[in-house]
Design a protein around this ligand. Structure first.
Ligand code: PLP
Length: 416
């Protein structure tokens, strides 16, 4: 039996507990959606004001140099790099995860086409976040050179598909729906043993789990900054390239920001001899600047400790749903084994959508993903053990009183 007192005790013992003060969250909300849109760092408000008033308003165009707007993609890239096992100069912040996938996929396919021209298969997962599959499809259609996408059923499908025809594999480090967490070391070894290249989508793992892209010899990585990293809605994404691949080819979104000498206004494209070749054009500077507020909090904490607390909180969530809601038919689809669990917990339930709406009405914000999946994001820097206790008590009450069975939940918003 887990009790509320026990949760309170764990909160008192919690070394990361004070980080909650760094975030602005509304009262009476238990926010279990930081894996989709991270909470707002308190500092971001003053910082946004500074950027708008001072850097834009007063310093105007001088800010490209004075405030180093021009250097932001790499300066922030180096900070985010510390969370993913990247060395300085290997990561940029730019554009969106979707666009960045297009860039690194193009580079990976070009590298492979040179070495192994017969390899024409790009592998992704059936259960990938759809944008990843859509981009692969669009890329294949655009280059029109006989490439094919093969979708696998999950980790088990990988060994079967890794034939001599596979050029590139695109995988989500943590699956957005189930929370399944890939073993990066083992998967990289497996993929490299077949001479394919790996692109890791880190959207649900950066800021959620520790990782080391260099030590595991990954090839390419992309990921969001507006989820666990709290960069703000639509903040630009990360892009990492293993230095051994970086200068081999240039990516086809060869805009002026990726040029070797952007201000020479040269007639032809010449890629920068560094990670800036993965940039394209002018960035949303205000949105990008705000990423720093969230990342700085992570750099003060410690990813190992964040991971430990994340596992304790997800264990607690699962134990409490077993204990309090056993009779209501929630089916856990997140792995119980720590080694395969990211930082969210998902259940399948036939009334998943309505239950999530009823939870939101009670101030417990999780989200719903097709088909029938209730998803609860666990962000150790602003959630405590008692929050989990209360969230599950609300869930129990909703099931007990059938609060989900409400006509207003039959109409769905455009964004679910
Ligand atoms: C959130 C998410 C994306 C979103 O990409 P955007 O370009 O920011 O819209 C892509 N892939 C995964 C795995 C995600 O979870």
């Amino acid at each position: 039996m887990v009790t509320q007192e026990q949760c309170l005790y764990w909160d008192k013992q919690d070394e990361l507990g004070t980080f909650k003060n760094e975030f602005a969250l509304p009262n009476n909300v238990i926010y279990l959606d930081g894996n989709s849109l991270g909470a707002r760092p308190k500092k971001s408000l003053n910082y946004a004001q500074h950027i708008i008033q001072q850097e834009w308003g007063e310093d105007l165009i001088n800010s490209w140099n004075k405030a180093d707007w021009w250097g932001l993609p790499t300066r922030l890239g180096d900070k985010v790099g510390q969370l993913i096992g990247a060395n300085a100069g290997e990561t940029v912040i730019s554009d969106s995860t979707t666009l960045n996938l297009f860039k690194v996929l193009s580079a990976a396919v070009k590298i492979q086409a040179e070495k192994y021209p017969h390899r024409k298969i790009i592998v992704a997962e059936k259960d990938a976040f759809p944008t990843d599959i859509y981009i692969i499809e669009g890329f294949i259609d655009l280059i029109n050179q006989g490439y094919q996408v093969e979708l696998i059923e999950g980790p088990a499908g990988l060994s079967e598909i890794l034939t001599t025809d596979v050029a590139v594999v695109v995988l989500s480090h943590v699956n957005y729906r189930t929370g399944y967490f890939y073993d990066m070391t083992a998967i990289n070894q497996q993929i490299h043993a077949s001479n394919a290249l790996i692109i890791w989508d880190l959207c649900h793992s950066v800021g959620a789990v520790p990782m080391d892209l260099n030590q595991t010899d990954s090839d390419f990585a992309i990921g969001c900054t507006y989820k666990y990293l709290n960069g703000g809605p639509g903040s630009p994404a990360l892009l990492w390239v293993n230095p051994k691949h970086r200068d081999q080819f240039w990516q086809p979104l060869s805009g002026w920001w990726g040029h070797q000498k952007p201000f020479a206004m040269a007639q032809h494209y010449q890629p920068a001899n560094n990670i800036r070749r993965y940039l394209c054009g002018t960035q949303p500077i205000i949105s990008m600047s705000l990423i720093e507020c969230g990342v700085d909090i992570f750099l003060q904490a410690n990813m190992q400790k964040i991971r430990e607390k994340s596992l304790k909180l997800t264990d607690l969530f699962i134990a409490l749903v077993d204990q309090e809601c056993a009779e209501y038919g929630f089916e856990l689809i997140t792995p119980k084994a720590h080694q395969y669990r990211g930082s969210h917990v998902s259940y399948q339930h036939p009334h998943g959508y309505e239950i999530i709406q009823a939870l939101i009405a009670r101030g417990v914000i999780g989200d719903y993903r097709e088909p029938e999946v209730l998803r609860f994001g666990i962000t150790p820097l602003y959630l405590g053990f008692e929050d989990i206790w209360h969230a599950v008590q609300h869930l129990k009450a909703i099931m007990q009183h059938q609060e989900w069975n409400n006509e207003s939940y039959l109409v769905r918003g455009e964004v679910t």
